[in-house]
Design a protein around this ligand. Structure first.
Ligand code: ZN
Length: 449
């Protein structure tokens, strides 16, 4: 991003006299003066009268000064668009930051309270009124950049009536009295008519071009139809990660947030706020409701036999699981999101001793998951439960019904390998057997044992 300059930025206030070779930021309406653009070279103090220069800051080894006026020399102009990608990067950042200070200085020449001519403070970056003492500090406008995401898609837009015609995210200025999260919720409702359910901070950026401090957020929204506010946006629509394509330079927070999402970043991973713990006896009725719902789901997805024919699992079995500390739940939003059986030992599931048409990956102690069911309140719970168990065990075995294509798809996606066929106590249908070993040194090291 524009502020990532790989060197120091020292904005300590000082009043200094420029050396003849010190670089000078001399602003024009469309950008800054440049002696050369590639590489970016600024005019120097030798081109100006000393009293026309104000010390700004030090970037790396260079002390920068701001010119109070453009002497009209036939320099080139490095405009906004050029500066986004200009080299060297520290100089581009100095130009943009100098433009922000120039904008503020030129709009702070008179006292806003009494109208007298204001003067620069001798002790800090401020303009002071000699008549009434009013002090005005540099003005920064906080604004939010909003990456609205939903089920692997991100909402992109095109602004109305602005020169930049590329893909953009929603954005808006913080109003007085708002938190940036409030701004996110308000802007998303105003610009596309969607209700925000969750926000997640994504990063920030000083954006001197527009005198902003940008605060990036990803947010999730309720399902609904996009209603575009045509006064703000030309258009807004969903794009999948693979539809984002090439995004151009990475100088802006907007494009950085889009690229991060395109490259697989998931701001709201389903398990991020899931809390795993042992199931409690008093939760048995709710757990049985979750199992009933799971039987309906399986029947509706081509798998009526696995749990349906024996009305599996029986309540007495779950009560015993809970008593033995083998029934686990995950919860979020104050509700149970899923339930499963988990155990770990050298023979966590005696029924796995005999495997047909293949062999397990190894004979070491393993974790096993049975009776996994999602409450169906949010996506990704099944995957989160299996990943949790895998982290606990390091080596996980599991089986599923040949008709359970949903579970087979999930196991494949998570990296499980089908090893053979086993048999279970509840019916005579064979079960496909899977296992997976957590890679050593992976980011999912086992938590216990
Ligand atoms: Zn005044």
């Amino acid at each position: 991003m524009i502020q990532d300059i790989g060197t120091t930025f020292d904005r300590t206030f000082a009043i200094r006299t420029a050396a003849p070779t010190d670089p000078v930021i001399c602003c024009r309406p469309e950008g800054v003066c440049a002696v050369s653009k590639a590489p970016l070279v600024f005019p120097t103090a030798a081109d100006f009268a000393p009293e026309e220069l104000t010390y700004l800051f030090r970037v790396g080894e260079e002390d920068y000064y701001l010119a109070r006026r453009d002497p009209g020399t036939a320099w080139e102009t490095a405009d906004r668009r050029f500066l986004r990608t200009a080299e060297p990067r520290p100089r581009a950042f100095a130009a943009v930051t100098g433009m922000h200070l120039h904008y503020w200085y030129t709009r702070s020449r008179y006292c806003g309270r009494c109208g007298a001519a204001a003067e620069p403070s001798r002790t800090e970056r401020a303009m002071v009124c000699p008549k009434c003492g009013n002090t005005v500090y540099p003005v920064i406008a906080p604004a939010v950049i909003i990456g609205v995401v939903q089920r692997g898609r991100i909402l992109v837009s095109h602004y109305s009536g602005r020169p930049y015609g590329g893909l953009a995210l929603l954005a808006g200025f913080c109003e007085i009295g708002e938190t940036p999260e409030d701004t996110v919720r308000r802007e998303v409702m105003e610009e596309v008519g969607l209700r925000v359910t969750r926000t997640r901070y994504a990063g920030s950026q000083p954006w001197g071009f527009d005198h902003d401090l940008l605060l990036g957020y990803y947010c999730e929204v309720e399902d609904g139809e996009i209603r575009v506010d045509r006064s703000e946006l030309k258009d807004a629509y969903w794009l999948r990660r693979d539809e984002l394509g090439e995004l151009g330079d990475s100088s802006s927070l907007t494009l950085t947030m889009m690229a991060r999402f395109r490259d697989g970043y998931e701001p709201f991973p389903p398990e991020a706020d899931l809390h795993f713990r042992h199931a409690r006896a008093e939760e048995l009725p709710r757990i049985m409701e979750i199992y009933a719902r799971a039987r309906e789901f399986m029947a509706a997805h081509g798998n009526p036999r696995q749990w349906g024919q024996s009305h599996w699992p029986p309540e007495a079995l779950i009560a015993r699981d809970i008593e033995r500390g083998r029934s686990y739940v995950c919860e979020a939003d104050g509700q149970l999101q899923g339930v499963f059986y988990y155990d770990f030992s050298a023979e966590a599931e005696p029924g796995y001793r005999n495997i047909e048409e293949g062999a397990w990956a190894c004979g070491r102690p393993y974790g096993v998951v049975h009776r996994a069911a999602s409450a169906g309140l949010r996506p990704g719970v099944g995957a989160a439960m299996l990943r949790w168990a895998l982290r606990q065990a390091g080596y996980l075995r599991i089986d599923t019904h040949p008709d359970n294509t949903v579970m087979q798809g999930l196991l494949k996606k998570l990296g499980f390998t089908r090893r053979g066929v086993i048999h279970v106590e509840e019916d005579n249908d064979p079960r496909f057997a899977y296992d997976m070993i957590l890679e050593e040194g992976g980011d999912d090291r086992p938590l216990a044992r």
